[in-house]
Design a protein around this ligand. Structure first.
Ligand code: AMP
Length: 195
């Protein structure tokens, strides 16, 4: 079983989305608190980011938010987090989120979330991030992205071994299980980096 103490969750900042997505974010926040796992996220106060932080804190958990200075200036940050880390740039924010985490979960989101998810998949492909990456496919939100990744493998833009980079869950409960039980990627994977 993996030692999971800090988990980074990528998710939407939008407030305009279906309640199903909010329910999944809130449930995931409750489960993180229940398992004594510190939540790491982008510190946004709105959308799924705000919802998961609130649910984690209300359930007695802790949240570390990492956010660039320009977003704080615009008051986009959640003001009640356990810890707020300010960065100079978006790149530094993503690097620190990855460095501090024992695993990643991607909830549904827009370009920001998908960019974060595809970047961490790329890092794992290169052997730079060995830990579990879980795609929480609430209501099949990620079906088209998963089809695209499959297409990239079928067309030999990626190798068959790269299927092992991510795991797909359909519920928050399953995501937590996968965090504990997805094998840590060993360094030999970098030999598969060349397609
Ligand atoms: P998206 O999935 O496009 O909503 O992107 C989520 C990511 O977008 C976050 O991690 C932030 O980088 C950024 N973001 C966009 N809008 C906001 C906002 N109002 N507050 C905080 N982060 C935001």
């Amino acid at each position: 079983m993996n030692p999971i103490k800090n988990v980074c969750v990528y998710c939407a900042s939008s407030t305009q989305i279906n309640e199903t997505y909010f329910s999944a974010a809130k449930r995931l926040g409750q489960l993180l608190a229940l398992h004594h796992i510190n939540l790491i996220n982008g510190a946004g106060r709105q959308g799924l980011m705000g919802a998961i932080s609130d649910a984690t804190l209300e359930s007695g958990g802790t949240v570390t938010g990492i956010i660039p200075h320009f977003m704080i200036k615009q008051e986009w940050h959640h003001k009640g987090l356990t810890q707020l880390i300010e960065t100079e740039t978006m790149h530094e924010r993503k690097r620190r989120m990855a460095e501090m985490s024992d695993g990643i979960i991607a909830l549904p989101g827009g370009c920001g979330t998908m960019e974060e998810l595809l970047e961490i998949i790329t890092w794992k492909q290169l052997g730079l991030y060995p830990k579990p990456i879980i795609i929480l496919n609430t209501d099949g939100f990620y079906n088209s992205l998963l089809d695209m990744l499959e297409h990239a493998i079928t067309e030999h833009f990626m190798r068959n071994e790269h299927h092992q980079i991510w795991r797909v869950s359909s519920t928050p409960e399953e995501s937590i299980e996968l965090l504990y039980h997805t094998p840590i990627w060993d360094n030999t994977i970098s030999k598969f980096a060349v397609i």
